[in-house]
Structures are given as C-alpha cells and as structure tokens.
Design a protein. Structure first.
Length: 550
C-alpha cells in the first residue's frame, strides 16, 4: 500500500473509525428503506469474505456478479476485495450468450446472482459447474443463500490484495463484437475514484442514488468509487416503476444520467405543461424561477449541485433546454479503459455545450493520426485479459491510449467528439462518411428518439430513425413534414459525399433484447447495417419512408 493512495477497503476502515454509525447504504425493499451504517457494512463484508474462503475459493480466483444495483452489490464487491478475489461484473440485462462468453473467457469459478428483470432468459448462460450464490432477492436457483453465507464462517482475517494487484476485469459493452475484458488494478481504480470525488468537491453529507449499471465503469467509479472517498450516503432505486419516487426520497446532491433519461424527463415535463405554455411561462420574470424550481422539485433534483450526462452523444439543444430551466447539465466523456474519469465540463461552462469537456486532473489528451483522440492518466487499464494483440494495439509508443474516438480540441482544451474511427464508412462514391456529427444534428428534431446513419457501399448515406413515443402517435404526414425539413436543413450544411438520401423510419424499437443496443444503450451500428443495407440502397432525394412500406 502507499500512503498517498488508499484503496476502497482502506477507506472503509477510515469511515468506520470516523463515522461508524453514519448511514452508508439505503436500500428500498417493498417501499421500506433498509439502512446499513459504515460499521455494519464492514461486518457484512468480512463475514461474506470468510464464507467464500470456507467454500474453498482462493486469492486470485475470479468471481462474477450478475445483478441490478443494490446495497448487496456494494457489499459483495467489497467482500471480493477483502478476500483478494478478482471481481467480474456482468450487465444485469446481458443475454445468455454474453453471460456465457464472459464467464468462460474470464475463467470465473463462482457467481453472485441478484436482482434481475428476466432471470429465466439468462439461466442458460450460467454453467451448473459454477458455485452460485444469491443476494437476498428472488432470482435464479442457487446453492447458497445470502443469509447462509453471512452465518457460515467467522469474519475473514484481512487478506486484501496489494495496490498493484488486479481488482476487477470489466468487460466492455461490445458495440462492435465480443466484449473485451479490461484489467483494472487497485491503483488505477483508487486513483479514479479519488479524482472524481475531489473534482466534484463531495463531502460526507452529500447523497447520490445508484441506478445506472454497476457493471459499467461510470457507475462503478463516479457513484460507488466516489462514495469511498467522500463518506457520503448512497441510495438505490427499488424498480423502474418506483424510480422517480426513489429519486425524490434520496434528494441526491449529485445526479448522473444518460441522454435517453434526460430526454424522457423533458418529454414528461412538456406533456404535463404543454410546449407553448411552458415556453411562455419561462419567458416571464419571477414566474420562470418558480416554474424552474417546481420542475426540479418534481424530479427530485432540487438539491442537486452537479447534474451529469454521459455514456452516449447528447444533443446540445437538449442541454440548452435544461439550462433554460436552471439545470446546468455537465456532459462528460470516459471509457472502460480509462476508468471513466477523463473529460468533463465541470465547472459548468454554457459556452462549452456541445463539447465533452476538458481533461480532468492529471489527465492528458492530444490528437493523433486520423483525428483520433489519445489519452493518458493514472487511471488507465493494464490491458485486455487474454488478448495481448489488442493490448499492444491500444497504446502508442509514448503510453497514450488510442480511444477510437475522433475529436477536435479547441484553444481552451475542450474536446468535441466528431466520430468513431471504426464507424466511418465508404459510400459508393468511394469517400469516407463520418456519421456521428450528422446524427448529432439530426437528433435535435424532437420527433426523433434514436438515430443511426448507415450506408456502407450505398449511393447515399441514410438515417435510420426510431421515432419518439409522441411522434409515433402523430399523423405520418405531420411527422414526415418535420423530418423532411430537418434533413434538408442538415444536408444544406454537409459536403456532397455526406448528403443524406433520406430517412427510414424503423418499425421495432431498438432495445438490448433485440441486439441493437448494448447494455449501456450504445447503438450497434454494424447490426443495423446488416439489417437495413438492402432497404436503403435506392433511397435518394430526401426520401422519407416507413419500414413497413419500404
């Protein structure tokens, strides 16, 4: 261990010394909050670690966690650290094939199975040869129940790993194929968690709510990680149906979300008040502040000091709309491989909306070949598990990570993502098309929920559009007129080889279940390219077509 950098377990000890009876975790079950103090959390952590050792699991063994967010997820993760095990988090929405791949590839010897929405569909992904533990929620059959584990053995004597040992292997969301396992050491994770806490300026009296997947690096660092280094209280959501109520109960002082949820919040607000009425009220002095406060209160966010948005591109117009009701949303950018703490627009600058922010403390960025964003920080991963070739390709000779994102950096050091190196494709004209900037412009049309520009080998690129819920209920001619206007406006500012042939309105929503979205809600462009390349091959002249009639 080093004096400068403390691991999560060292911070657990710290808070047990300084505020042992302070509530750390608040888990709603059947609408009742079940609280765990710091000292209670530590007791459960070492009891659970003792049970795992009693069952024959050894230091360095890999143990998976398959569950939605809950207090038991935190306790399990800390128990794996206490026993010197390596955690393998799996997205709770992963299908059986992905679960099977991650378990086999990682060599996991056991799995904790917790809160899941559709456990039956995932059962085939879990081998009967694995030790299976439950997490006190109804789920798949297991060999050992949570309460059994906690009473099975004395608390484990401290066998925590060293600062440079492997803490976890985090599998990427797999937007371009099988997920890769990013190896994260205690040093890298501890640095990232501490850096986030310091950048936010968080304190023990602060509150967060954990609901984005803990299997993803962002939640694991920004929410879970920062809680270790601030001593703040963490609330959890009981279910999707109770989410808004759970946020109101938590009254988070820091709140992190994704573009789709911010868009949904906006839609609900507009539907309640009416777009024209809301715009009028917000223009009136004094009244606008009252309306803005009421909106924030209804969302449960009136106490929030920092609001964040990440994981996927967000329309600048959406952030500007929220700014108009007094909610400054910080856009941030990070990856599994860099510990999620990388670029962020904090302190918030309105003039930098549209960028993903500037480099965080002790982070370095620069532009490499093909406009690729290169990144370096103490939070970088150690490599891809069992994939030396991918690891070698991931780094430059001077130690910068090749992010795969294309970017521009302004004079103030703020970066704008302009595409993905692997997303760019050649049209039939033989020139490369960068779809991401086009998609960001199209997304400003409120009728569009999700959009993906494809067209590899086609005469023109075409926008695949999933309509918003409201637009899908409107007359087609009205929607068509709006989309046509948007496409003409966007095309007017594009180079000739980027000009869209039109838009194809898809029938079925894009979901994780139908393999179009990753668990972190990124669109799998290659999947849509395969499904729709034939349908869009003849589209041109601003055509607006519905899939059913295409």
């Amino acid at each position: 261990m080093t004096a400068e950098l403390k691991t999560p377990l060292e911070m657990l000890d710290h808070w047990c010394q300084h505020q042992p009876d302070q509530t750390y975790l608040r888990q709603p079950k059947e609408r009742q909050l079940h609280d765990y103090s710091w000292s209670q959390t530590r007791e459960l952590v070492y009891r659970l670690a003792g049970a795992l050792r009693q069952l024959g699991l050894q230091r360095g063994d890999k143990i998976a966690i398959l569950s939605k967010n809950c207090a038991e997820w935190f306790i399990t993760d800390l128990a794996l650290q206490a026993g010197g095990f390596i955690s393998i988090p799996i997205y709770p929405t992963a299908n059986a094939d992905t679960i099977r791949y991650v378990l086999n590839h990682s060599g996991a010897k056991a799995i904790f199975i917790g809160k899941l929405d559709d456990p039956a569909s995932q059962a085939d992904g879990i081998s009967n040869e694995l030790l299976r533990f439950d997490m006190s929620y109804p789920s798949l059959p297991t060999q050992y129940a949570w309460h059994q584990l906690l009473e099975m053995a004395p608390p484990l004597d401290d066998e925590r790993a060293g600062i440079d040992e492997v803490m976890t292997i985090i599998y990427t969301s797999g937007s371009t194929g099988n997920p890769k396992g990013a190896i994260e050491t205690y040093r890298a994770y501890s640095w990232a968690g501490g850096a986030v806490a310091a950048h936010l300026g968080a304190k023990p009296e602060d509150r967060v709510i954990s609901y984005l997947p803990l299997a993803h690096i962002t939640e694991r660092v920004y929410i879970m990680g920062s809680s270790f280094y601030t001593g703040m209280t963490v609330y959890f959501a009981e279910s999707l149906d109770t989410f808004v109520e759970d946020v109101k109960v938590a009254q988070p002082t820091f709140f992190l979300s994704v573009p789709r949820l911010w868009t949904l919040f906006q839609k609900n607000i507009i539907d309640k008040v009416g777009r024209s009425k809301l715009e009028l009220l917000l223009k009136l002095p004094i009244i606008n502040k009252l309306i803005a406060k009421k909106i924030r209160t209804q969302l449960g966010l009136n106490s929030a000091k920092v609001l964040g948005c990440g994981s996927a591109p967000v329309s600048p117009s959406l952030l500007e709309w929220y700014q108009g009701i007094g909610m400054n949303i910080t856009e941030a950018w990070g990856m599994t491989e860099n510990g999620a703490y990388a670029l962020l627009n904090l302190p918030f600058r309105a003039d930098k909306i549209g960028t993903v922010g500037a480099a965080g403390t002790d982070c370095e960025i620069k532009i490499g070949d093909n406009q690729e964003l290169l990144f370096k920080s103490p939070g970088l991963f150690s490599g891809y598990y069992q994939n030396d070739d991918a690891t070698a390709e991931a780094f430059t000779e001077d130690g910068f990570f090749r992010t795969g994102d294309q970017a521009e950096i302004d004079a103030d050091g703020y970066a704008t993502i302009i595409g993905r190196v692997k997303d760019n494709f050649k049209s039939a004209k033989g020139k490369y098309v960068a779809p991401v900037p086009i998609e960001r412009k199209l997304a400003q049309d409120s009728h569009i929920e999700l959009v993906c520009v494809i067209g590899s080998g086609a005469p023109y690129p075409v926008a695949l559009v999933q309509l918003s819920e409201g637009a899908s209920l409107m007359p087609q001619e009205e929607v068509k007129s709006s989309l046509l206007g948007t496409i003409k406006q966007v095309n007017a500012g594009l180079e000739s080889h980027h000009v869209l042939g039109g838009a194809l309105i898809v029938d079925d929503p894009w979901t994780v279940e139908n393999d179009v979205l990753t668990p972190t809600l990124k669109i799998k462009r290659h999947v849509l390219e395969q499904r729709y390349s034939d349908k869009i091959s003849t589209m041109r002249d601003n055509a607006i077509l519905w899939e059913a009639s295409a």
